[in-house]
Design a protein around this ligand. Structure first.
Ligand SMILES: Cc1cc2nc3c(=O)[nH]c(=O)nc-3n(C[C@H](O)[C@H](O)[C@H](O)COP(=O)(O)OP(=O)(O)OC[C@H]3O[C@@H](n4cnc5c(N)ncnc54)[C@H](O)[C@@H]3O)c2cc1C
Length: 286
């Protein structure tokens, strides 16, 4: 199928974007990497009258360390993140997750901001952002605001972005001594959207994990954190018995949504298998 007819514009500044969004309202869509939007246009799931291509806007580009955070510009592509030395050093969880996103051709074009704004519950970046407890920098005509990951993803494909706002960047805490990370997912074929995935950001303590943040993808309508399981993981040495207790807590805590091919019970089972794997990999790296 072919996309319906639409107008296209490529503004050079954010002020121009605000003007265009105010003028076209709901009939306009921002175009970043186009790896989701163009597919939905071709399938006629969306029929915007105006595409506002944001790729010429310098303020949305780049990956940099700013004070105590790593700032990832909305237009940073999956590929740029995957190959960034700054990411590898300061937020290695993203480097671990990136190869799981689709295929290289899509990673060359798809963007961080597009993925965060689209908020697909099976996408890798939202789960990484949740595990790292990062912050989304939201901009609109009235200025900038910062929204914590836990408040940004509200429901299925629904975020805290208001009309006329966009994702400008995200800020992630810099890796500190003792921080360990792991990412893995279960998919039918490499590059497919995951059935279940898990991002882990933890800090080693003298006895086990001082801090554990687990964020699942493919389980609920948003990235899913599991505070009860995290508390168990933080409460003792990671002996095999203690790990068993954490996995039992996880099985009781998760209430997965079914997808077209998998029942909630299957997803729960897969999530527990994955959690063991991811924890073992983080501890081996530690
Ligand atoms: C075959 C295939 C397989 C894929 N597999 C995966 C996968 O395994 N994992 C995964 O995570 N993704 C996957 N994707 C999606 C891909 O990662 C997209 O690149 C990503 O979801 C959206 O980024 P984009 O830059 O392409 O956004 P676009 O397609 O340009 O835009 C997507 C939506 O976000 C909005 N938007 C874009 N940028 C912003 C912004 N800065 N602020 C506010 N709104 C914005 C757009 O208006 C649009 O509604 C796959 C895509 C394809 C085609």
């Amino acid at each position: 199928m072919k996309a319906p007819a639409f107008d296209y514009t490529r503004p050079r500044s954010l002020d121009e974007v605000w003007r265009l969004l105010a003028e076209h309202g709901d009939a306009a869509r921002l175009l970043a990497g186009g790896q989701t939007l163009l597919a939905t246009l071709n399938m006629r799931l969306s029929e915007p009258a105006m595409l506002i291509d944001i790729n010429a806007i310098e303020a949305l580009k780049g990956i940099s360390v700013q004070g105590r955070v790593l700032r990832i510009g909305a237009l940073a592509t999956h590929r740029e993140i995957e190959s960034s030395a700054l990411v590898a050093r300061h937020a290695p969880l993203l480097a671990m997750a990136a190869p799981h996103i689709a295929h290289r051709a899509i990673r060359n074009l798809g963007t961080w901001g597009g993925s965060i704004a689209f908020a697909d519950p099976a996408a890798e970046w939202p789960a990484c952002l949740a595990a790292l407890e990062g912050v989304v920098v939201v901009r609109g005509a009235r200025g900038e605001r910062r929204v914590a990951a836990k408040d940004f993803f509200i429901d299925l494909y629904t975020t805290a972005l208001a009309a006329g706002e966009l994702v400008a960047a995200c800020e992630l805490p810099l890796r500190e001594d003792g921080d360990v990370y792991a990412f893995d997912e279960l998919a039918r074929r490499h590059g497919d959207y995951a059935i279940v995935g898990l991002a882990l950001a933890a800090r080693r303590g003298a006895r086990g994990l001082q801090r554990a943040r687990l964020a699942f993808l493919g389980i609920g309508s948003t990235p899913v954190r599991v505070p009860r399981t995290e508390a168990v993981l933080e409460a003792g040495e990671l002996t095999p018995a203690h790990l068993d207790r954490a996995i039992e807590t996880l099985a009781a805590e998760l209430t997965p949504m079914a997808d077209l091919s998998h029942r909630p019970a299957t997803k729960r089972h897969l999530a527990c298998v994955l959690a063991r794997r991811v924890l073992a990999s983080a501890l081996a790296a530690a």
